[in-house]
Design a protein around this ligand. Structure first.
Ligand SMILES: [Zn+2]
Length: 80
């Protein structure tokens, strides 16, 4: 009877371990499919506004004659 209990526990542990491995595989597959978006954010270059020094993506920045600005207001302020 004692051995039966031990066998049952071993089977339960083995079953849990298998389920855990299956979950890990699913997570790895999910991470692979999410990879392109995370790579995109790494590539996105950040620049600082020359007026208020706020950091923003280069694609959102406004290029002025004297530097890079976060908004048209700051580009005009920097000029004056
Ligand atoms: Zn600014």
């Amino acid at each position: 009877m004692k051995y039966l209990l031990i066998i049952a526990i071993v089977l339960i542990v083995f079953w849990l371990w298998r389920n855990n491995r299956q979950a890990e595989r699913n997570e790895a597959a999910g991470a692979r499919s999410r990879a392109p978006s995370s790579r995109e954010s790494e590539v996105m270059e950040m620049v600082a506004c020359d007026f208020c020094h706020v950091h923003l993506p280069r694609s959102d920045a406004l290029i002025g004659p004297k530097g890079i600005y976060c908004s048209d207001a700051h580009r005009r302020e920097a000029k004056g």
